[in-house]
Design a protein around this ligand. Structure first.
Ligand code: AMP
Ligand code: ZN
Length: 117
């Protein structure tokens, strides 16, 4: 069922506390933690605690939770004192998605080129 924890999902394990993470912010519905392989001085992942495989599936299943993720991303940017930042939802393996639990990358703290690679 949409939203249920998946045994084989790394980010569900982080939500459950079974895999450690450096949490920077938590709400009832979202978790934000530092990316293990940072691509910028600030690189935080914001996830819905409920399992959805990607941002599109999340948006279709739960618009309110999708909004919670965006609100949490802005809160991370505030705490990290980012005037500018990039929010990235890699969607599909061809776009670089490797963990199939919806997540927003919050990237900042350095100049960010546009267009991205
Ligand atoms: P994506 O490639 O968009 O699916 O993003 C997955 C992100 O998860 C990558 O940037 C990884 O570096 C990050 N990642 C993988 N394992 C962990 C972990 N245990 N804790 C924190 N971040 C992780
Ligand atoms: Zn999951």
């Amino acid at each position: 069922m949409a939203g249920e924890p998946q045994d084989d999902c790394l980010f569900c394990k982080i939500v459950a506390g079974n895999v450690p993470a450096t949490v920077v912010r938590e709400t009832d519905t979202t978790l934000a933690f530092r990316d293990i392989n940072p691509q910028a001085p600030t690189h935080v992942l914001v996830i819905p605690k409920a399992h959805h495989p990607n941002a599109a599936a999340l948006a279709a299943a739960d618009p309110a939770l999708t909004a919670d993720v965006l609100t949490a991303a802005q809160a991370v940017a505030d705490v990290e004192k980012l005037d500018s930042y990039r929010l990235v939802f890699n969607t599909g393996a061809g776009a670089g998605q490797t963990v199939f639990h919806a997540h927003a990358h919050v990237l900042g703290g350095r100049g960010l080129q546009w267009p991205p690679g």
